[in-house]
Design a protein around this ligand. Structure first.
Ligand SMILES: Cc1cc2nc3c(=O)[nH]c(=O)nc-3n(C[C@H](O)[C@H](O)[C@H](O)COP(=O)(O)OP(=O)(O)OC[C@H]3O[C@@H](n4cnc5c(N)ncnc54)[C@H](O)[C@@H]3O)c2cc1C
Length: 240
């Protein structure tokens, strides 16, 4: 059920050049029941006129098992309302109103297919929640996470995903940089180039894509029309 919650910011940290992580705590005794992949809506103030509020959607990055404290991540869009709010205004102790949970970009757990998750920038957020959820539940299906960002300066959660992959042999983490420096010795290129180099057979995969709508559209075209993925096995969310 969708409800409104009063929360307090208990943590805010800049993780890289353009991403902030923040944690919100619900009032004592309150909890948010949600499914991994869902999002909430915040009333976001304008930095220049704080009484002027507008809604913005943010996916929940933490596991559904944490019902009283939720983690979020926002990537900075130049001049954007919420981007400026988090960068310039939000501080630990602030009260934030939130509505939720919303969304149907959730795992279809009723089949036994392998999971392929593809997220660019903040599009990786719902996959963090899904992966934590699956691993906590002891799911042993193969999971391949592709995380695409422009360059080294925009990388976040790398150590966390690498640690999870070390502890759980069913999780494979693929960090792809599209405009990396010459020193980078990891995967290079956009996710639509890298994914088909690593996943060559899509017949037993459930594929989830999240990120900016342009990337989602390009990747869907590639997967459905060139790589002949069954449309039933493709799930996507575009961040507008
Ligand atoms: C279901 C869903 C889940 C989402 N989850 C996340 C998430 O987990 N993390 C995340 O980071 N995003 C997420 N988003 C995107 C998020 O909702 C916002 O759209 C995004 O953060 C930009 O919001 P903003 O208020 O900063 O920018 P807006 O104010 O909405 O501006 C949008 C664009 O216009 C430009 N713009 C605005 N004002 C100016 C100006 N004065 N001059 C020039 N340009 C300007 C900005 O550069 C920006 O690119 C999600 C979206 C959806 C739909």
């Amino acid at each position: 059920m969708v409800s409104s919650y009063t929360t307090t910011c208990i943590h805010k940290e800049r993780l890289c050049s353009n991403a902030w992580e923040f944690k919100l705590k619900l009032e004592d005794g309150k909890s948010l029941d949600f499914t991994s992949g869902q999002f909430v809506i915040f009333d976001v103030p304008s930095v220049d006129a704080p009484e002027d509020l507008q809604p913005r959607a943010y996916s929940i990055a933490s596991s559904p098992s944490e019902k009283n404290e939720l983690t979020f991540l926002i990537t900075y869009k130049e001049g954007g309302r919420a981007s400026r709010w988090v960068d310039e205004m939000l501080k630990v102790g602030d009260s934030i109103t939130m509505k939720g949970p919303f969304g149907a970009f959730t795992l279809k757990e009723d089949d036994d297919k392998d999971y392929v998750f593809i997220g660019t920038g903040s599009g990786v957020v719902p996959f963090r929640s899904m992966i934590l959820d699956l691993l906590e539940k002891g799911d042993t299906r193969k999971i391949d996470l592709f995380f695409g960002v422009r360059n080294e300066e925009r990388v976040f959660w790398k150590e966390e995903f690498e640690d999870l992959a070390l502890k759980h042999s069913n999780l494979n983490f693929h960090l792809c940089l599209s405009q990396s420096s010459a020193d980078w010795n990891g995967l290079h290129g956009r996710v639509n180039k890298v994914v088909p180099e690593i996943i060559t057979d899509f017949s037993n995969t459930s594929l989830y894509v999240c990120g900016n709508p342009e990337m989602v559209k390009d990747l869907k075209n590639l997967l459905l029309h060139q790589l002949e993925l069954d449309p039933q096995n493709l799930h996507s969310e575009g961040y507008v």
